[in-house]
Design a protein around this ligand. Structure first.
Ligand code: AHM
Ligand code: MG
Length: 334
C-alpha cells in the first residue's frame, strides 16, 4: 500500500488542487502535531500525572479534568508562534486568546474543544479533540466579535479520536479524509478518503437517561425507533452511546447512524448541552461533507449566526433520512 503522510497530502492538496493556502497548511500540520502530543499524554494514563480532576471549573461551570487543561495548553503552545493565527478560542477559556505581540499575527482564527468526552478519560474510553478554523475578518486587531461567524464560513474542520487507534479526520470543504497515527513513525498516514454517510440507518445515539426531559417530537421519534419491526418504522433499531461526541460522530461517519443531543427541560434556558462553535459546527461540516445532514431540530446548524463564543445548540446529525425525519417531527410540533 502506498503510504501518504498528512504532510504529503497537504502539500499535494496545496500544489495540485490549490485549495489549501500555505498558512492553512501550516495550521493543520501544527494542530495535528498537537494532537499527537495529546495522544501521548492520554496513552500514559495512570503512569503520567494526567488522570482525575484539576479542582477547577471552566466558564461553562463544569469541573475541569487535568487532561482538559493539559490538552488546552498543548494546543495553545503549539499554535501561538507559527505566524498562521490571529487568535484562538477554546471550551476551556472564558475569552479569546490573542497571539502575543512577540509573534507574527496570521490570518486565521482557531477554535477547539481540547478534550471532548472528559467524563470518559478516567475510565479508558475514547475521547478526542475537535477543531474549527475561520478566516479573521479584514481590519486591524482581533476581537471576540470576529469569531461570531456562521459555520458555513469555516475553512477547515476536524477532530482527532484517541481510541484503540488515534485517528485524525479532516475537511477543507472537499470531502472528508481520515489519517491514522503510525506510532512507530510518529506520523499520520492517510487511510481513507471521501467518507460517505449512508442516507438510511438503523442505529441511533442519544443519552436515554434524559428521556423524560425531552420534547414531545423527540419522544415520538425515539419511541418509534424502539418499537422496531412492530411499530410504524417497520424495522429494528440498534442503540449506541459512547458519551464522547467525537467517538459517536466518528462511528456515524464510518457506518452511518443518527446522533442527537436535543434541548431538554433540565436547563430550559439553554438551547442544548453542546457548544455551537467548537463542537457542533465542525462536526456538522464533516457530516455534511460526507453526505449527511445536521440540524438543531429546526434549521441547518451551519446557518446559525452565533451571538456569543460559548453559545450552545441542540444537535441532530448523521444519516440524511433520519435527521430529516426527526427535524420534521419538531417542525410539525409532534
Ligand atoms: P465535554 O466537552 O465537556 O466533554 O462535554 C461534551 C460531551 C459530549 O462529548 C457528549 O456527547 C456529551 O457531553 C455527553 O454528555 P452527558 O453524559 O452529560 O449526556
Ligand atoms: Mg466537548
Amino acid at each position: 500500500m502506498k503510504r501518504i503522510s498528512l504532510t504529503r497530502y497537504l502539500v499535494e492538496q496545496q500544489r495540485l488542487e490549490g485549495h489549501i493556502p500555505s498558512q492553512l497548511r501550516l495550521l493543520l500540520e501544527v494542530v495535528a502535531r498537537a494532537c499527537k502530543r495529546i495522544s501521548q499524554a492520554v496513552n500514559k494514563g495512570a503512569l503520567g500525572d494526567v488522570m482525575g480532576s484539576a479542582d477547577s471549573e471552566n466558564i461553562q461551570g463544569e469541573m475541569q479534568k487535568k487532561l482538559d487543561i493539559i490538552a488546552n495548553e498543548v494546543l495553545i503552545e503549539a499554535n501561538e508562534w507559527g505566524g498562521h493565527l490571529a487568535a484562538m478560542a477554546s471550551e476551556e477559556m472564558e475569552g479569546i486568546y490573542v497571539v502575543p505581540n512577540r509573534y507574527p499575527q496570521g490570518e486565521y482564527l482557531l477554535m477547539f474543544d481540547p478534550l471532548d468526552g472528559s467524563s470518559n478519560i478516567d475510565v479508558n474510553v475514547s475521547i478526542g479533540t475537535i477543531f474549527s478554523v475561520l478566516h479573521k475578518p479584514e481590519g486591524t486587531g482581533v476581537s471576540e466579535q470576529d469569531f461570531l461567524q456562521p459555520g458555513t464560513q469555516q475553512v477547515a474542520a476536524g477532530y482527532c479520536v484517541y481510541g484503540p487507534q488515534t485517528t485524525l479526520v479532516l475537511t477543507v470543504g472537499d470531502g472528508v479524509t481520515v489519517f491514522t497515527l503510525d506510532r512507530e513513525q510518529g506520523s499520520f498516514i492517510l487511510t481513507e478518503e471521501n467518507l460517505r454517510v449512508p442516507d438510511d440507518t438503523r442505529e441511533f445515539a442519544i443519552n436515554m437517561s434524559n428521556q423524560r426531559h425531552w420534547t414531545e417530537p423527540v419522544q415520538r421519534y425515539i419511541n418509534e425507533c424502539l418499537q422496531g419491526k412492530d411499530g410504524p418504522r417497520g424495522k429494528d433499531f440498534n442503540m449506541r452511546w459512547v458519551g464522547s461526541m467525537v467517538a459517536d460522530v466518528h462511528r456515524i461517519l464510518t457506518r452511518g447512524g443518527v446522533f442527537m443531543y436535543p434541548w431538554d427541560k433540565r436547563e430550559p434556558e439553554k438551547p442544548g448541552k453542546l457548544r455551537l462553535m467548537y463542537e457542533a459546527n465542525p462536526m456538522s461540516w464533516l457530516i455534511e461533507q460526507a453526505g449527511g445532514v445536521a440540524t438543531d431540530g429546526k434549521q441547518r446548524i451551519m446557518d446559525i449566526t452565533p451571538t456569543k463564543l460559548h453559545e450552545r445548540v441542540a444537535v441532530f446529525m448523521g444519516s440524511k433520512n433520519e435527521v430529516e425525519r426527526v427535524t420534521s417531527y419538531q417542525a410539525n410540533g409532534g
